[in-house]
Design a protein around this ligand. Structure first.
Ligand code: ZN
Length: 108
């Protein structure tokens, strides 16, 4: 994923560091979880390379776009969104682990 963007940030925000070290969800994981579209969590089309500066400010700008009545995202909201991303990620990991049985045979 990061290789696709040649490790360059694809967001280019005000404090952009240029070198991408994180992956940003175009549609935030919290929204995917809320709408039951967790398959998009690992969808390359919903991912973009981002440097830490851009990724950490993405939640705020996204919040402004999708929820215009809220002037800016509070630290509490951001923490909640990150917790939701974590939860969505691990739910997806568990779901995929349950769906695909281990291929490595156990040796007793
Ligand atoms: Zn950036």
């Amino acid at each position: 994923m990061l290789a696709r963007a040649y490790h360059r940030c694809e967001m280019g925000g005000a404090n952009c560091k240029g070198a991408a070290s994180t992956v940003d969800h175009v549609i935030p994981a919290s929204e995917l979880a809320a709408t039951g579209r967790l398959e998009l969590f690992f969808d390359v089309g919903n991912l973009r390379a981002a440097c830490t500066a851009c990724n950490y400010s993405a939640g705020a700008s996204h919040g402004n776009r999708t929820r215009p009545r809220r002037p800016r995202q509070s630290a509490e909201d951001m923490a909640r969104e990150w917790a939701a991303r974590e939860n969505a990620y691990w739910r997806e990991v568990e779901r995929q682990a349950a769906a695909a049985p281990a291929r490595t045979p156990h040796i007793y």
